[in-house]
Ligand binder design. Structure first.
Ligand code: SAH
Length: 503
């Protein structure tokens, strides 16, 4: 049975402008065929085992030809695969979605079109420009800037365009902007008409340059505007100052590296983006189960025998309850067991299982946990300590000193993440990074080991922010100069510190 192709638009940049339908298609697909302007966050909706095929331009090389792309879609569908053909913006607005749909129909392959939020409307909106407004115009026109006005047999008639009273929106026109503006003027359009160029619209790197039909091309060139950018020409542009609203966050323009594992990064990434910053994910760690579950499984059978169960991290909670579920162990076997957690996130992770925590130290470190930990009062003073392989063993000794018998159980391991050294080095060398954030000692150690000790000095111009004093100590010991440490040792605390630093 042949598969099916979903020709799917995913919006212009801000990944949250994706539709529910697009998420559904992408998360179901066996194969994702995607273009240059599609973000990693969107690919994050794909199944882990989905095949990802990039068909966009590679700098310095030609783009994959349309014929070849059509061929890939047909071939994969004939293999019985569900294919998501993922495009920026809307697939039928200069997206060649029509040509792909034709090729599919010719080959008898079923398809669906999933419209997307087009940059032609959304990018002006994020720049405070409504493409229509009753006081100014009653139409808007979306035009390709790819066809130079001097091209013979051009399908774009500048005489006609210059006579329109509606808003003109040019896509793909960065290079030909001077000719576009000149042609409109030559054909009689008022040279004082307000105009704006918006680069990387709807993203944290959005830039807006405004002027008139007469000077906008020069202004854009002076500002070094590059693709993707759109040009809006019309009286509605005059509203952009009054309606300006984006980006408005305290981290606007800042590029911040997030070193957490891919699974855990999203909370920090979302917060940075909500504040207008650009989060660059560089996963230095990955969380895995223990190599051998024998000890783990034995312990899970004896849970009622413990007076306390202690968690040192959110990862530990997830690993522990994940294994309980795998082994179908009833949560009621924890009925008489008291729970302790280091850190708010650890506590909240337990709360999600409907469990209240009996003890959380005021400061989120091992030392604080020990300080206030109640001495054993029961007849079977047994503690189960569920921790990661890299957490500090001193906790075991400390708890023993309080009169407990301690079962030291490794419930997860922290291994090297898949952040790519070349990508990050290039960004660091270009001076494109403002901050690096570290959320644990292992993120620091693995950052250094991925980057290579010899490259650490290259980070000297970048500010280093740590979630807490232990992480900061590791960073200093690894040759990094720590700029600031969060006052509260949580992700929220780290973000607060970041905002404070940016000032
Ligand atoms: N199908 C897409 C357009 C594809 S053509 C859509 O509906 O949006 C590519 C052009 O779209 C770019 O050259 C640029 O002019 C425009 N574009 C896409 N994303 C953009 C963005 N985030 N900011 C500014 N222009 C963008």
């Amino acid at each position: 049975m042949p598969g099916k192709v979903y020709i799917t638009g995913v919006g212009p940049g801000d990944y949250k402008l994706i539709t529910l339908k697009a998420i559904e298609c992408i998360s179901r697909a066996d194969v994702i065929v995607y273009d240059r302007l599609v973000s990693d966050r969107i690919l994050g909706f794909a199944r882990k085992d989905a095949e990802l095929i990039y068909v966009g331009k590679i700098p310095g090389l030609h783009a994959v030809s349309q014929e070849k792309i059509n061929g890939i879609l047909v071939e994969k569908a004939l293999e019985g695969k569900v294919v998501a053909r993922v495009k920026g913006g809307d697939p039928f607005v200069f997206g060649r979605g029509g040509e792909e749909a034709e090729a599919l129909r010719e080959n008898g392959i079923e398809f669906e079109i999933v419209p997307g939020v087009t940059s032609a409307v959304a990018v002006p909106a994020y720049a405070g420009i409504p493409v229509t407004h009753r006081d100014f115009c009653s139409s808007f026109h979306v035009i390709t800037g790819h066809e130079r006005p001097d091209k013979e047999n051009s399908l774009v008639d500048y005489g006609e365009l210059a006579g329109l009273r509606g808003t003109l929106v040019f896509l793909m026109g960065v290079k030909s902007l001077p000719e576009i503006c000149q042609s409109l003027i030559d054909n009689g359009k008022d040279r004082g008409t307000p105009a704006a160029v918006i680069e990387k619209g709807t993203t944290s790197e959005q830039r807006k340059i405004t002027g008139t039909l007469e000077d906008i091309a020069q202004k854009a060139a002076e500002a070094g505007v590059r693709s993707p950018a759109i040009t809006v020409i019309g009286d509605v542009v005059s509203l952009n100052g009054k309606l300006d609203w984006f980006p408005r966050g305290k981290l606007t323009g800042k590029r911040i590296i997030v070193t957490r594992s891919r699974e855990q990064a999203s909370k920090l990434v979302d917060k940075i983006e909500e504040l207008g910053g650009m989060a660059i994910e560089f996963p230095t760690i990955r969380i895995e189960g223990p190599e051998d579950f024998t000890h783990f499984d034995q312990v899970l059978k004896r849970l009622p025998g413990y007076e306390w169960l202690v968690f040192t991290s959110e990862n530990g909670v997830k690993a522990f309850f994940g294994r309980m579920m795998t082994n179908r162990i009833d949560i009621r076997s924890l009925a008489g067991v008291k729970l302790a957690a280091i850190g708010e996130a650890t506590m909240e992770a337990l709360n999600k299982y409907g469990l209240n925590v009996d003890y959380v130290p005021e400061k989120y470190t091992n030392r604080e946990l020990l300080k206030g930990f109640p001495p054993s009062g029961g007849d079977s003073p047994k503690i189960l300590l569920a921790r990661g392989n890299l957490s500090d063993k001193k906790l075991v000794e400390g708890l023993k000193a309080k009169g407990y018998e301690v079962e030291d159980l490794i419930v997860y391991r922290t291994v090297l993440g898949d952040g790519r050294r070349e990508d990050i080095l290039e960004m660091i060398e270009e001076g494109g990074i403002d901050y690096i954030t570290f959320t644990s000692s292992s993120t620091v150690r693995n950052f250094v080991s991925i980057l290579g000790q010899e490259n650490i000095s290259k980070t000297s111009g970048i500010k280093v922010l740590c979630i807490g004093p232990v992480t900061a100590k590791t960073a200093e010991e690894s040759g990094l100069k720590v700029t600031a440490v969060a006052d509260r040792y949580t992700i929220d605390g780290l973000v607060e510190k970041l905002v404070e630093e940016v000032g």
